[in-house]
Design a protein around this ligand. Structure first.
Ligand SMILES: [Ca+2]
Length: 267
């Protein structure tokens, strides 16, 4: 039985719904179903400073996960309901995406992104009952209703807990792999996505760098190749890139997705 595994002891107590949570969560940028990209002059880099709604994001399917905000200088997605897999990103399912438009080529880095408890985003929830819960980065074709995207996320993938998952979804068909059990023991990682000049992606990750810019990064190629599994979507000259938090099923819900910052390198 898995009850003897050390990460089972890292639970900060089962979460209790915070009084008043869910208030003030509509950012006004909830362009569900929007297919007309906004100005490309929007700043992509974001350290989520302060508290309040996310700023200048294009949000797809906001109603599936309403409580996404800046909290204590971090992105915080409070996932409390996954009825009918409304938050899921898999095959025909598209949950919430908070993204900005980038042109190829690009380099994008997300710091300290992954899963936490409602009480403390920096404490990963345990994996009781083999939950499927994640947060990470998605790249999406510019038509947000189109079922074509790529992602790299951190969390629990059923019995493969504390892992990094990669996924390509082409025309509603997903291909998924992961980096194995306990690859990301904190439940969080840094993620680096390079959009190459030929409109392909090369994906890297590492354990969270506690002091970016001072301590050297040590990026590792996803799956040793930097390629997400299966065929990739045909990205055109531009794509949306941003944050997702999702579950499959209801085990492990509620939890929060968390991220310290995202950076479009050179911006
Ligand atoms: Ca921050």
């Amino acid at each position: 039985m898995q009850l003897s595994k050390p990460w089972m002891h890292a639970i900060g107590g089962l979460v209790v719904l915070l009084a008043g949570c869910g208030a003030g969560t509509n950012s006004g940028n909830n362009n569900s179903g929007n297919t007309s990209p906004p100005s490309q002059n929007v700043t992509v880099s974001d350290d989520f400073a302060g508290d309040g709604p996310l700023i200048n994001y294009t949000t797809n399917n906001a109603s599936s996960l309403r409580d996404v905000a800046r909290v204590n200088n971090r992105y915080r997605a409070n996932l409390t309901n996954n009825t009918n897999d409304i938050t899921l990103h898999f095959n025909d399912y598209q949950g919430r995406l908070d993204a900005k438009l980038v042109n190829f080529p690009f380099e994008y880095i997300a710091r300290n992104i992954g899963i936490g408890t409602q009480r403390n985003s920096q404490t990963a929830p345990g994996a009781f009952g083999d939950p499927f819960i994640f947060a990470g980065i998605q790249i999406h074709v510019t038509s947000l209703n189109s079922l074509n995207s790529s992602h790299i996320v951190v969390g629990h993938r059923g019995s493969t807990a504390f892992t990094v998952e990669g996924k390509n979804t082409v025309n509603g068909n997903s291909t998924v792999t992961d980096e194995g059990f306990n690859a990301a023991p904190a439940g969080r990682a840094d993620i680096r996505v390079v959009g190459n000049a030929n409109q392909t992606l090369t994906v890297y990750w590492q354990q969270p760098n506690p002091n970016p810019g001072v301590q050297a990064d040590n990026w590792r190629l996803y799956n040793g190749t930097g390629l997400l599994p299966g065929n990739a979507p045909d990205y055109g000259a531009a794509a949306y890139i941003g944050l997702i938090t999702y579950a499959q099923g209801t085990t492990g819900v509620p939890f929060v997705g968390t991220c310290d910052s995202v950076q479009l390198v050179g911006e």
